[in-house]
Design a protein around this ligand. Structure first.
Ligand code: HEM
Length: 422
């Protein structure tokens, strides 16, 4: 089955030789992630950012506490508007939450979209990440007239996203320029991108502009793409738990134990204490990986097997559901990771090797905060409006694009979660 998918993917790729390696959106801001950098620059920037986004970094603890604060605001809104079991699109809510959390932690900026999940900015982000509309036409246009396709797409990006990009750029400029000590993430990314020298000559000013533009693009990628993937993961976990009450109750019991031990709070020190939560997250990543496949340009393969510069597609979703590697692959069974942990190359939600995801620790932390507070506060259930199986669009950059996820969240009166400052 997998061989068939790979062969089919290769065939399509060789037919469309001019399709770029990574699925472009046409928006230069979103098409400038690390993956597009040349090797030397990529290595320098990657090492630096990876270090910054690792759990070893003391910043993580503060980030965690800030995100929990944002979650308290979110819980208050959900309880008031939907806590009585009224159907709610959880994807829409988690999109806003993950976006706010990323802005808060990565840009030290409060962007309270959780108060308005229908904001035009979030709608626009969703639109550019979903290529479902006129997919075939776009694919043909992109493969044969890539420049025109890019131009058309960039023209259709609306003002809200352009404004957001300007805001991000200004934040980076202001905070870096005034050397805000607390803003070392941006400073380090800038430093990693280029040797930053404040004594600039005239010519250098131009370079500063480029540096600023490039750094802005990096942060746009983390905030826009990173948060969408986190939101997809949290959404699919809630969907699976809504359909599997036994597992939902086990998870809630474990959450209550940890919250009770911490007088009603979920502190940073307990982030890794709920083993069952890790298992649920892994099983969700297996069944619904937010990046469902990867495309690589192979430079080093032996000619005998895969020719140099061949486009190779790794069907992450297909591998995760292959009965050869996973017993009863369609079933939601978090304990499978305890009974028989899969080999690393058979579980690839964050990729593997030197190009793997640098945001993994951050993504898992935000997802844990969401699930602990949602499962710990509400009974999650499917309702007549829930699409079973879920409906997916054709996401940009091989993203799994969940169109909507209608569930019910009913407030539990026995929840030990106390909303207070940590
Ligand atoms: C559940 C959430 C996420 C999933 C499933 C995910 C998955 C992935 C995957 C599969 C790759 C490609 C790896 C490869 O090519 O081998 C990747 C790359 C990347 N991810 Fe994530 N990601 C997530 C969240 C994030 C977040 C929150 C950030 C930023 C804060 C982020 C930043 C990046 C970057 C910059 C790359 C490119 C790395 C490189 O080319 O060196 N990701 N991610």
């Amino acid at each position: 089955m997998i061989t068939k998918i790979v062969v089919l993917a290769r065939l399509i790729q060789s037919l469309l030789k001019r399709v770029p390696m990574v699925f472009i959106t046409g928006n230069e801001a979103l098409d400038s992630t690390l993956s597009y950098f040349d090797t030397k620059r990529w290595q320098d920037v990657r090492n630096k950012i990876r270090e910054l986004l690792s759990t070893e970094n003391w910043m993580f603890r503060y980030a965690f506490e800030d995100i929990v604060e944002t979650m308290y605001k979110q819980l208050t809104i959900i309880k008031k508007d939907y806590g009585n079991g009224r159907p709610v699109d959880v994807k829409r809510i988690f999109d806003a939450f993950a976006f706010d959390a990323a802005c808060n932690v990565l840009l030290l900026t409060e962007y309270e979209t959780i108060k308005n999940p229908d904001s035009d900015l979030l709608k626009e982000i969703k639109r550019i990440l979903d290529t479902s509309d006129n997919f075939a036409e776009k694919l043909i246009l992109r493969s044969h007239l890539p420049k025109i396709a890019k131009w058309i797409k960039s023209q259709s990006i609306n003002e809200d996203l352009k404004d957001f990009k300007k805001k991000v750029r200004n934040i980076i400029y202001e905070k870096h320029w005034h050397e805000k000590a607390d803003f070392f993430l941006v400073k380090n990314v800038l430093d990693a991108m280029f040797e930053f020298d404040v004594k600039l000559t005239k010519n250098e000013c131009l370079k500063t502009e480029i540096r600023l533009e490039d750094t802005t693009h990096q942060f746009l990628y983390y905030v826009v793409f990173g948060s969408q993937k986190v939101s997809t993961l949290a959404t699919m976990a809630c969907y699976l738990l809504a359909r599997h009450k036994v597992e939902q109750n086990i998870l809630r019991e474990r959450i209550y134990e940890v919250i009770n031990q911490n007088e009603g709070a979920f502190p940073y020190s307990s982030c890794d204490d709920i083993e069952y939560l890790d298992l649920v997250i892994k099983e969700t990543l297996r069944l619904y990986p937010p990046v469902s496949m990867q495309q690589k340009l192979k430079m080093k393969f032996s000619k005998r097997y895969v020719p140099k510069r061949a486009h190779v597609t790794i069907p992450i979703c297909g591998i995760h559901r292959d009965p050869e590697f996973y017993e009863n692959p369609g079933a939601f069974d978090p304990n499978r990771f305890l009974r028989r942990p899969p080999p690393v190359e058979k579980f690839l939600p964050f990729g593997m090797g030197n190009r793997s995801c640098i945001g993994e620790a951050f993504a898992k932390m935000v997802t844990k905060i969401i699930l602990v507070h949602i499962v710990g506060s509400f009974d999650i259930a499917v309702c007549h409006s829930t699409k079973i199986p879920p409906k997916f669009g054709l996401g940009t950059h091989s993203f799994l694009s969940v169109e909507e996820m209608i569930l019910t969240l009913t407030t539990r009166s026995d929840s030990p979660i106390r909303m207070r400052r940590l």
